[in-house]
Design a binder for this molecule. Structure first.
Ligand code: PLP
Length: 397
């Protein structure tokens, strides 16, 4: 049957808590399980306020509203990321300014941010790729200097730290995902973290369809009504019940994932160090590893394609991502979402060529990075088999 790339892990309690939610008489959002989950995250990671959402994409949507993005505002984000990182800002009318990745890892290169700042810049969105922290002190210092907001895309970064501080707790806002491909899952699910107190009141209103319903339920106002913009961002109790079962088993999940990660790392180290065929993930000394992902970086696109094909023949599903966002059809095709003259598109017959944005590290990761199977139930034998298959591939070359 082969080794899949991902397999969602069930702790065994999910259906039980969903059953409890179903028969509790409270099915909609912001009930017992939602509060249990939010309290856990606030206590465990020092988040000022946590609000569960239906996805990280939705949490980012809330963040874009809270940042009060207006048409023409500029947002700086890495190009090597998932579409959702920038989508919410685009929907508010922002122009996206893409920044390159670091040389040693796909995170945004803080040294390249300042050159991109203009008087329209409002927000920086660092993405903690593979759950490994961006250099947040540097990014927060730039933000303070230029009076910008920082929204951490911590979709992959649950239970990961920067100099002892939880990711998602450092920027003004932080966004997490509980999609089934992440460490802690709810099928589809997410969370907005609010660290700047100025945003707390408004975040609850936006979360509850533009009403001050949360204040009403706390007895702070004697009726509730329409006070702001918003949407239905909160998940039902069925989703939160599922998530609670995962949270209860978080230590177990995290420790097994780290074992798998270390086994890959140690197994592939000779291939990286002695034979220089691949590069292994770089964990800077300020960052922890939450074992969200195990990836290797090949030397070329051709080598990556043939490695993925070879592993597939061996029954191993490995995948690549992301396609550089600055080269996407949507970005190149919509001048209103990018700063003037930031790229030039030349049409050569039917072929489209893009010049102007030189994001070389981003493009290299887009061409050369491979993600290996990574999930709780992956066995040690499977990891050994994957490691030896990768070695065989390079032996045969
Ligand atoms: C998964 C992911 C998202 C989107 O999360 P959803 O919960 O699926 O909306 C956003 N950004 C990054 C970096 C991700 O990995």
């Amino acid at each position: 049957m082969g080794i899949p790339f991902n397999k969602p892990f069930l702790t065994g309690k999910e259906a039980h808590y969903i059953y409890q939610a179903v028969y509790s008489g409270k099915l909609s959002g912001n009930g017992l399980f939602t509060k249990k989950c939010q309290n856990f995250f606030e206590r465990q990671y020092g988040f000022k306020k946590a609000l569960l959402t239906t996805s990280c994409t939705d949490a980012l949507e809330m963040a874009a509203i809270l940042c009060d993005i207006k048409p023409g505002d500029e947002v700086i984000a890495p190009s090597y990321t998932f579409v959702s990182t920038v989508l919410a800002f685009v929907r508010q009318g922002a122009k996206i300014v893409f920044c390159d990745s670091c040389q040693d890892n796909p995170n945004i290169d803080p040294e390249k941010i300042e050159a991109l700042i203009t008087d329209r810049t409002k927000v920086i969105v660092p993405v903690h790729y593979a759950g490994v922290a961006c250099d947040m002190d540097r990014i927060m210092e730039i933000a303070r200097k230029h009076n910008l907001l920082v929204v951490e895309d911590a979709a992959q970064a649950v239970d990961s730290f920067y100099k002892g501080r939880a990711l998602g707790s450092i920027g003004h806002l932080g966004c997490f995902s509980f999609h089934e491909t992440k460490n802690i899952i709810a099928g589809e699910g997410g969370m907005l973290v609010i660290n700047d107190e100025r945003f707390i009141r408004r975040s609850e209103i936006i979360w509850e369809k533009g009403t001050n319903r949360s204040e009403f339920f706390r007895g702070e106002v004697n009726k509730y009504g329409w006070v702001d913009t918003g949407s239905s961002f909160l998940p039902s109790e069925l989703i939160s019940g599922f998530l609670w079962a995962q949270i209860e088993n978080m230590e177990l999940i995290q420790s097994r994932r780290k074992e798998i990660w270390d086994k890959y790392y140690n197994g592939l180290k000779p291939l990286a160090d002695k034979r220089k065929c691949i590069t292994l993930p770089d964990i800077p000394e300020y960052a922890t590893n939450n074992a969200h992902m195990f990836y290797i970086v090949c030397r070329s696109l051709d080598e990556r394609s043939s490695l993925i094909k070879y592993l597939k023949e061996k029954g191993i599903q490995s995948v690549f991502h992301y396609l550089s966002l600055h080269k996407s059809d949507f970005y190149t095709g919509n001048p209103e979402i990018r700063p003037e003259n930031c790229i030039e598109i030349e049409y050569d017959g039917n072929e489209k060529r893009i010049s102007g944005l030189e994001l070389t590290h981003c493009d290299r990761f887009a061409d050369c990075l491979v993600r290996l199977p990574m999930f709780y139930e992956l066995s040690n034998e499977d990891v050994d088999y994957i490691v030896s298959s990768i070695n065989q591939y390079f032996d045969n070359k």
